[in-house]
Design a binder for this molecule. Structure first.
Ligand code: NAD
Length: 346
């Protein structure tokens, strides 16, 4: 069962909960907007579902809600940003703004974000880079406290769900936005299946004995997530485990001093620096049109572009509202009651 709520009251509720838990007004608003936008884009695994997790982390001293990011090191067109274990969304938004400025100035730039808690939807930040006419690329180690994903052929949790994202600017048109976990499915989607009391998608999990399962409840009983795309996704997951982690000053999961977090690397590339930005835009538009015109395979009505399912969900949910699982709505009401926050419309 779900409770449908429009984006505006849901954003206000999340914002007021974060503010009551100690976040300054602008930070509470940024994090609430990021989560609810993620619901609008259809990725409920990274939306308001996370409010309970973040408040629990604040109470445990794992998120410092008032902390703001700082630049720890600058070298040419690169920088290391430290989030101070504030909200990950705040640090990632800062890092995205910095990398796109550096990318516009130098043609190519890279900014890492360390000391960061959960950043949410990685595509939010690559899209922010693309909105300035640059190609945005993002890599994140999603290990957080521990891994979830087994390497191909194994049954041990050694990688996070480690998303990667590519955003290609399309002037006058939707950004081409690819944004996915290198796990077959984001961990949050199994959590969501568990909250809804439904099975996990098939082919995405092994139980603790290494046998395929769709029982989302087994997540707490040693089940592992599979990487996407067999050995290739497993290799990508390993790269996402290493590259952003080390460049952000964190330690990988194999290290005895593995550190909690969601370390991220953002890259910005300016087509103008390669002297062909007009041709770049035309060719992106032409390939998009060609892909859209591809004949659908049996069982498909049409071919979709990366970012298209999210754009459609956004258009629909902006009108009809966001269907929250009852368990998520109950969490929000519980938090509101505990923190003395009014529930909009009640
Ligand atoms: P997913 O499996 O739904 O894949 C999403 C990507 O595939 C999008 O780019 C989408 O446009 C594209 N896509 C989906 N269906 C398509 C189709 N039919 N044709 C063409 N393209 C299609 O997403 P996911 O892997 O579950 O990830 C969901 C979100 O979770 C992402 O925003 C990701 O950044 C986030 N995430 C974050 C963390 C973290 O640690 N912060 C970890 C994992 C995932």
């Amino acid at each position: 069962m779900t409770h449908t709520i429009h984006a505006e009251p849901l954003t206000k509720l999340c914002r007021d909960i974060f503010a009551a838990a100690g976040a300054p007004a602008d930070i509470a608003a940024l994090v609430a907007e990021s989560l609810v936008n993620t619901n609008l884009f259809g990725h409920d695994s990274h939306g308001a579902l996370r409010v309970m997790q973040y408040i629990t982390m604040i109470r445990a001293g794992m998120i410092q809600p008032e902390q703001r990011p700082q630049i720890r090191k600058r070298f040419g067109a690169t920088a290391m940003v430290r989030g101070g274990n504030g909200f990950g969304q705040v640090g990632a938004r800062f890092a995205a703004g910095l990398v796109r400025r550096l990318g516009a100035d130098y043609g190519i730039a890279a900014v890492s974000l360390g000391q960061t808690t959960h950043i949410g939807r990685l595509g939010e930040y690559t899209a922010h880079i693309a909105a300035a006419g640059l190609v945005g690329i993002g890599f994140t180690s999603g290990s957080m406290y521990s891994g979830w994903v087994t390497p191909y052929g194994g049954r041990e949790r050694l990688f996070g769900t480690n998303p990667m994202s590519f955003a290609v600017p399309c002037p006058g048109d939707e950004t081409l936005l690819l944004d996915f976990a290198t796990a077959g499915v984001a961990h949050g989607k199994i959590v969501l299946a568990r909250a809804k009391g439904i099975p996990a998608p098939s082919g995405m999990m092994l139980d603790k004995h290494g046998k395929p399962t769709t029982d989302a409840q087994l997540l707490d009983e040693g089940a592992v997530l599979l990487p996407m795309g067999l050995h290739k996704g497993s290799g990508l997951a390993m790269m996402m485990e290493l590259i952003p982690t080390l460049l952000a000053g964190h330690r990988p999961i194999s290290a005895p001093d593995f550190s909690f977090g969601n370390p991220t690397l953002l890259l910005a590339i300016s087509p103008a620096a390669f002297d062909n930005d007009r041709d770049f835009a035309e060719q992106v538009a032409a390939l998009k049109a060609r892909v859209k015109a591809a004949q659908p395979a049996a069982g498909f009505d049409e071919v979709l572009l990366p970012g298209e399912p999210e754009a459609r969900a956004y258009a629909k949910r902006s009108q009809t509202g966001i269907p929250l699982p009852d368990a998520v709505w109950a969490d929000l009401r519980e938090l509101a009651a505990e923190l003395g926050v009014a529930i909009p419309g009640l």
